[in-house]
Design a protein around this ligand. Structure first.
Ligand code: FMN
Ligand code: NAG
Ligand code: NAG
Ligand code: NAG
Ligand code: NAG
Length: 405
C-alpha cells in the first residue's frame, strides 16, 4: 500500500505543477480584481500583453469575448502555441555591449521599413471590441510604425480601413479566396485601388474550424455569419459558411500560380505548417510565407509556428533566405519573439492580444506595441545581444524540456 500511495502522491504533485494557464498569474487579480465588471483599468497600469486578455474577458460580453478567444476542439493547439515557448531555454551570453540594442529593432518586410519585427495579424470583427473597430488597429500601427494586416472579414470595409490610414502607412490585405476567378479579380483590383502593398492569402482554413467554445456561445452561429456577410463581397463566404453544412474552398499550388498573374501585388502565403509546404511555396515563387496554425482555430493538433520553424531549420534552413519567413501564434512576450527570430523568422505576427487591446481603441493598441517593443529590447539585452539582427539558433537550447507543457 505505502509505496503506491507515495507514487500517487508524486503523480498528483507532478500534474499540479503545470496546469494550463491561459492568463499567467502575475497578480493582476490583486491589482484590479475589485474593479467593477465593465470598467477598464487605467491603461498606464497594463504591464504586458496577457493583461489585455484579462481586461477583455471582463469587459466584453461572453459571445464577443469567446469569438476572439476560441480555439478549435479541445484547444490543444491553442494551448500548445502558448506553452511551446517555455519548452526551450535560452543560452544567454554575458559581457557583450548591448547598449545599442534598441536601434536594431527596425526591420524591413518585403522591402518596406517598420520600427519592429512584429506586426498585427489579420483578425476578423474588430468591431466586437470597440465601436471604432479596425480604426484602432490601423491607427495604432501607424502611430508606432508597425505593419497592420487587416482581415477580409474585418468589421470595416477595405476602403474604410484605407481611409483611416496614415498617409505614408504601408498595410497588407488578407484574403480568403474560392475558385471564382471573376470574383477574385474584382477583389484584387479593389485591394490595389485601396493602396495595400501586398496580399496575404490564407490557405490553412479550407474548411470551417471545429470550434467547440465558440459554438457554445453562439459565436459560430448563422446569425454571426450573416453579420459578417453583409460587410464582404457575397462570393467570399466559403470560409465562414452560411449554412450548417460544412463547405470547402478549393486552394491548390496551381491556383496560387494563376493568382500571381492576376495582380501586380506580391502574394504572401499564410498558414504554412510543414517543411514540405515551405519548400513548395519557395518553388511557387512566394515572396513571403507565414508559418501559422491560425491561432489554433482550425486544425486542432496542428503544430505551433515555433515547431514548424524548427522543422525548417533542421531540414531546409535555406528556406529562411529564399523567401521572407514570418510566424504567428501564441506570441505574448518579448522572449517569444526572440525564440522565433533565433530560427530565422523575419517578423512575428500577433493576433488576440491586439484584438483585446483594442477595447481601449487606438490607445490600447499603441500601449500593446510599446510594451512589446520594450520587452524585446530588454530581453535581447539580457540575452547578450548587441544587435537583434545577429540573433541565431545558438541563443536557444533546442532540446525540449517537457516539464513545462
Ligand atoms: C478573433 C480572430 C479572428 C481571426 N480572423 C482571421 C482571419 O480573418 N484571417 C486569417 O488569416 N486569420 C485570422 N485569424 C488568425 C490570426 O491571423 C493569427 O494567425 C492568430 O490570431 C495568431 O495567434 P494569436 O492570436 O495567438 O496571436 C484570426 C484570429 C483571431 C483570434
Ligand atoms: C528604409 O530605411 C532605409 C535605412 O534607414 C532607408 O535608406 C530607406 O530610404 C528607407 N526606405 C523607405 C521606403 O523609407
Ligand atoms: C456583445 O457585444 C457585441 C459588441 O459590442 C454586440 O454586437 C453584441 O450584440 C453583444 N451581444 C450580447 C448578447 O449582448
Ligand atoms: C504617420 O507615419 C509617420 C511615419 O511612420 C510618423 O512619423 C507619424 O507620426 C505618423 N502619424 C500618425 C498620425 O500616426
Ligand atoms: C462569380 O463571381 C461573380 C462576381 O462576383 C458573380 O457574378 C458570379 O455569379 C460568381 N459565379 C459563381 C458560380 O458563383
Amino acid at each position: 500500500m505505502r509505496p503506491s500511495f507515495i507514487f500517487l502522491g508524486f503523480v498528483s504533485v507532478a500534474l499540479a505543477a503545470r496546469p494550463f494557464l491561459n492568463e499567467p498569474d502575475t497578480a493582476i487579480e490583486d491589482d484590479f480584481g475589485d474593479l467593477p465588471a465593465g470598467a477598464l483599468p487605467d491603461l498606464s497600469r497594463i504591464v504586458g500583453l496577457p493583461d489585455f486578455n484579462w481586461v477583455a474577458r471582463r469587459y466584453m460580453n461572453i459571445s464577443a469575448y469567446t469569438f476572439y478567444r476560441t480555439g478549435s476542439a479541445g484547444e490543444w493547439s491553442y494551448r500548445n502555441n502558448l506553452e511551446v515557448f517555455n519548452r526551450f531555454r535560452f543560452r544567454p551570453r554575458v559581457m557583450t555591449d548591448i547598449t545599442n540594442i534598441e536601434s536594431t529593432l527596425p526591420t524591413t518586410i518585403l522591402g518596406y521599413n517598420f520600427s519592429a519585427p512584429f506586426y498585427i495579424s489579420p483578425c476578423s470583427r474588430g468591431g466586437l471590441a470597440h465601436p471604432e473597430a479596425e480604426r484602432g488597429l490601423v491607427q495604432g500601427a501607424a502611430a508606432e510604425n508597425i505593419l497592420y494586416v487587416p482581415s477580409l472579414f474585418a468589421t470595416l470595409s477595405i476602403e474604410d480601413i484605407a481611409a483611416a490610414k496614415n498617409a505614408s502607412q504601408v498595410i497588407f490585405q488578407q484574403v480568403y479566396l474560392d475558385s471564382n476567378d471573376t470574383a477574385t479579380q474584382l477583389l484584387f483590383d479593389r485591394i490595389e485601388r485601396s493602396g495595400a502593398k501586398a496580399i496575404v492569402f490564407t490557405v490553412d482554413a479550407p474548411a470551417d474550424g471545429n470550434r467547440h467554445r465558440a459554438a457554445r456561445f453562439g459565436a459560430n452561429s448563422k446569425q454571426v455569419k450573416s453579420i459578417l456577410l453583409n460587410t464582404v463581397p457575397a462570393v467570399l463566404t466559403l470560409l465562414h459558411s452560411l449554412h450548417d453544412e460544412l463547405e470547402y474552398s478549393l486552394i491548390t499550388w496551381d491556383i496560387y500560380k494563376q493568382l500571381q498573374t492576376m495582380t501586380t501585388l506580391p502574394i504572401i502565403i499564410k498558414g504554412i505548417g510543414s517543411v514540405e509546404d515551405a519548400r513548395a511555396a519557395v518553388a511557387a515563387g512566394a515572396p513571403g510565407i507565414i508559418l501559422s496554425n491560425h491561432g489554433g482555430r482550425q486544425l486542432d493538433g496542428s503544430p505551433s509556428s515555433l515547431e514548424i520553424a524548427l522543422e525548417i531549420h533542421e531540414e531546409a534552413p535555406e528556406v529562411f533566405t529564399q523567401t521572407e519567413v514570418f510566424a504567428d501564434g501564441g506570441v505574448r512576450y518579448g522572449t517569444d519573439v526572440l525564440k522565433l527570430l533565433a530560427l530565422g523568422v523575419r517578423a512575428v505576427g500577433i493576433g488576440r492580444p491586439f484584438m483585446f487591446s483594442n477595447v481601449y481603441g487606438k490607445d490600447g493598441v499603441v500601449r500593446a506595441i510599446q510594451l512589446l517593443k520594450r520587452e524585446i529590447a530588454g530581453d535581447a539585452a539580457n540575452l547578450g545581444l548587441g544587435d537583434l539582427k545577429k540573433i541565431d539558433a545558438s541563443y536557444v537550447k533546442w532540446t525540449p524540456n517537457h516539464w513545462y507543457g
